[in-house]
Design a binder for this molecule. Structure first.
Ligand code: TYM
Length: 378
């Protein structure tokens, strides 16, 4: 990790390898998900999601308290979100795919916050763009197949009354110097940015507020969002709520293999509306390969699958660990060529994306079923 590596919700710099992630988790005060924790999760879920098996979701805060509550029959709820600033890429999908699995395994309520207010404050977007991205992104997310009865989409500007009345409780406990040091703001940042983290904190306790009894909250996200919840956890006991728990992932890297896949470079990301030809072309041209320069060398010396973008994505989309180890061995030994690895992964990604675009059409007419309303909890 470079000296000045930075991870905030709005900026990620530095090359991120596995040891860097452990260091960041340590710096943020999160715990690594170890073998015992994975076994405990599997004891409730039956199997392990590939994102857990391959340590993409690698760290947590107080996940044990969630599982304790669940085993006592007290239940919990899930909360995650999206800032609608443009088209979604494969990286953005990751926490939602995992959250969908958690919802299915534990059969719990889920709040999905859509922070259109955040993107208004942090990006130069007009309300037309924001509305379009908001509805497009909601459809993208719902195409993953969440439980309509237990999924609650909370668009910030549509729920501003509830959010504001609860955010002020949080904001009173966050001073400017804390916001500066945690989020890297300076005097030139607009005042809305300073307030925003209080809005993102609200869904982590809103169900306790609505139900009038404490209920624990588990928040899945990639590590860039952790600063928000580190702050929220410090504030919660001061305002009479439980600290939320988190389950935290690494980033899907850019195709070039480093940092995070990000919306700012369209050639190094895979977007949900990329067709089969485009996905294949992007992987062939840009995906970082652990293979050798020529087919002959590859056959002779084999590849390094561990650093190979395509292999790393392939294993996340394959449920059967024995298939993953077979492909690993074939690639490592030189039986499988780089181009073949890329083509296989491109197919997997396109199968996923094509499935989502079919589901998208199906949920289009039912969006209102999923929208947040306090009445749905009563
Ligand atoms: P946003 O829209 O930037 O990102 C949405 C979710 O995607 C994760 N993420 C990634 N995961 C894996 N690989 C990547 N390359 C990658 N890039 C982004 C983010 O960590 C996030 O989980 N402020 C938030 C919206 C939000 C939220 C939340 C997110 C509101 N409440 C609660 C998580 C949990 C945002 O702008 O996310």
């Amino acid at each position: 990790m470079t000296e000045d590596a930075k991870v905030t919700p709005w900026e990620v710099t530095g090359i991120l390898g596995d040891t860097d992630y452990s260091k960041i988790a340590d710096r943020f005060g999160a715990k690594i998900i170890d073998r015992a924790m994975k076994e405990r999760i599997a004891s409730y879920t039956g199997d392990l999601h590939p994102f857990l098996r391959y340590d993409v979701f690698f760290a947590h805060r107080d996940l044990d308290l969630i599982l304790d509550a669940y085993s006592r029959g007290e239940g919990f709820y899930l909360y995650t979100g999206r800032g609608p600033s443009g088209k979604m890429h494969l990286g953005h999908l990751l926490p939602f795919m995992f959250t969908r699995w958690l919802q299915e395994k534990f059969n719990v309520d889920l709040i999905i916050q859509i922070t259109d207010d955040e993107k208004f404050l942090f990006r130069d977007l007009n309300s037309g763009d924001l509305n379009r991205y908001t509805s497009d992104n909601i459809l993208d997310i719902l195409s993953l197949g969440f439980n309509p009865e237990r999924t609650h989409i909370m668009v910030d500007t549509l729920n501003s009354g509830l959010l504001y009345n609860n955010a002020i409780k949080v904001a009173r406990h966050i001073n400017v110097s804390l916001a500066k040091s945690v989020f890297g703001f300076d005097d030139s940042d607009n005042v809305g940015k300073y307030f925003f983290t209080s809005i993102q904190a609200v869904p982590s306790f809103i169900l306790s507020e609505i139900l009038g009894r404490p209920i624990r909250c588990l928040i899945p996200y990639a590590i860039d969002q952790d600063p928000h919840f580190k702050v929220a956890r410090d504030v919660m006991p001061k305002i009479g709520y439980e600290k939320p728990s988190s389950i935290i992932s690494k980033f899907i890297p850019s195709l070039k293999g480093s940092g995070k896949m990000s919306s700012s470079d369209t050639t190094t990301g895979i977007y949900l509306d990329d067709d089969r030809k485009t996905v294949r072309k992007k992987l062939m041209k840009y995906a970082f390969s652990g293979g050798r320069d020529t087919a002959d060398e590859q056959r002779k010396y084999g590849a390094n699958p561990d650093i190979d973008f395509s292999f790393n994505v392939f294993r996340l989309l394959e449920n059967d660990p024995s298939v993953v180890s077979r492909i690993y061995d074939e690639y490592r030994s030189g039986q499988l060529l780089s181009g073949e690895m890329k083509a296989m992964t491109a197919d997997r990604i396109s199968n996923l994306l094509e499935g989502l675009s079919i589901n998208r059409e199906k949920v289009k007419n039912n969006i209102s079923d999923y929208m947040f309303s306090t009445d749905r909890f009563r």
